[in-house]
Write a protein that binds this ligand. Sequence first.
Ligand code: WTA
Length: 659
Amino acid sequence: MSDTANLAAKTRAAIETWMLEHREFPPPPEFAVQANVNDPAVYERAATDLEGYWAEEASRLDWYRPWDTVLEWNPPFAKWFEGGQLNVSVNCLDRHVQAGGGDKVAYYWEGEPGDRKTLTYRDLHDEVNRAANALKALGVKRGDRVAIYMPMIPELPIAMLACTRIGAPHNVVFGGFSSDSLADRINDSQARVVITADGGYRRGKASGLKVNVDEALAHTPSIEHVIVVKRTGQDVTMVDGRDLWWHDLVPRQADWCEPERMESEDMLYLLYTSGTTAKPKGILHTTGGYLTGVASTHRQVFDIKENDIYWCAADIGWVTGHSYIVYGPLTNHTTGVMYEGTPDWPDPARWWEIIERYGVSIVYMAPTAIRAHMKWGPKYAEQHNLSSLRLLGTVGEPINPEAWIWYHDHIGGGRCPVVDTWWQTETGCIMISPLPGITTTKPGSATKPMPGVDADVVNDRGESVPVGEGGYLVLKKPWPSMLRGIYGDPERYKATYWSRFPGMYFPGDGARRDGDGDYWLMGRVDDVMNVSGHRLSTTEIESALVDDKRVAEAAVVGREDELTGEAIFCFVILKSGVDAVPELGEELRQHVATKIGPIARPRQVMFTPDLPKTRSGKIMRRLLRDIAVGRPLGDTTTLADTGVVELIREATRSAADDE
Ligand code: WTA
């Protein structure tokens, strides 16, 4: 079984890390004293009265109508706060404006070229209302899906909130995805409208987005209109009657749009993520439970106060941006920073400059970014005054202790707690994380399940494993922001998450627990890779490779990489008569980038005459991973040498033993 082999390899690596790592950081007393949560009784309270705990968290929101039941649990289908009615945009905006908080800054936005904008809660409220009216004017109704494909500009959260105001679920597609990936997601969700921009800025260049939308729209019959924000001013084609400029359509709308009273279990959004097959899954989130989960965890984990300046450096195209740039922070009336571009433009000091300029007090970023900064060196951070920081967070992949310590020392000045937060697109909100006023942190450990989260580490038979032993992470109780399904595919929802260990949610991660009950995440144990914190499916990349006429077969594995966590390594068998020239390797790498998106561009392609398979025909990825690890990563294309070929043949011959 490939998961088991994966788990064994991960356990070996993780145990080495753990044996070396003994440092502990109790919460600084001055932090603990002022923390939103500093009484450990919260864990006990949530464990003994799960529904009471979540009901209390949900009461921090504004509801038009209170719920009748907190939880209806027909495993694996949950309903939270049934009977309750609310509107997300009202919770994020109207109630703050009505309470006198309209002048507070919602976002300090900074474009990559250096242009800046400040939006107050009132500004955001008015823009969202106009955008909502614009969608209505195009015929978008409650329940219709709207696709959003945008750079990190203010119109992106405005578009999302406008959808929530009229009850039209959004489907945000990360701007780094290709036109094919966009078309697949539009078709699966049957969206009626796409909101996009002409392009965006990345590393000093204007990249095109509308051009990708145009290509996608050749295959997406459900789309009736495209709304285009002018960001870069590049030339774009506008189709009469179908395509409309945001600046023509939105500003002329009224700044009041009556919010829809949504049912708690109405769909809020779809967000597609990679699974173990070639077809991405439309993760379905609903309204009341999701908002409760993200607002509650944002307040607790980031210790949000009225005067904080909070910066989550993720892209809104991923779940981290949905939950912790848009919905959690706005519900909590937080002032946020939003930045369009890359960390090293025009030089690697850009992020630290932003922290100094806005006086950021809480920052949340991916381990990959921290490792990139480590490589560039601390001198860029040293050029800037980072003394406004009081709390640091990480998300997206396991953080190696060395990067944790670097972050703690060089960015946090040794005084800020670090919260390593484990969660997924599917969980909606943070599930395992320190509470910075309570938890003693350990570099490399996400520490404890959040209050109300019942986690465990189990073996193949679903039994808890002893302290220190590697196993599968599972979650044993429902939580409000859990996914409600995979759009249009309840069977796949059951099979993917709930069938491996009956009655338990299986996220696909390996983990260990130490004697203090702290969790050490070990990465994915399925065929999902994590490259720079981005989830990618090996199967999806394999099918992109096989899509090239010259390729007979392909196998893709993630190999460990110092900077990106994992790097994509492809084994390719060519059709007979096709020459394995290095240029072909380059072409195939480019082909994958075109088919899926630049984030999926393989690091290396290796041509081989064979692939190791079990007798039932399953590719033995474990062996391929071992081979990949033995290869230098300098060249992007290599030909399997005789040693490798022999290894593969040998494995294939003895495959029977492996089954
Ligand atoms: C991984 C991102 C270790 C994990 C929020 C999970 C992590 C996948 C951590 C979800 C962490 C995320 N430590 N691993 N702190 N955070 N992961 O859906 O493998 O893009 O299953 O959600 O990222 O990725 P997704």
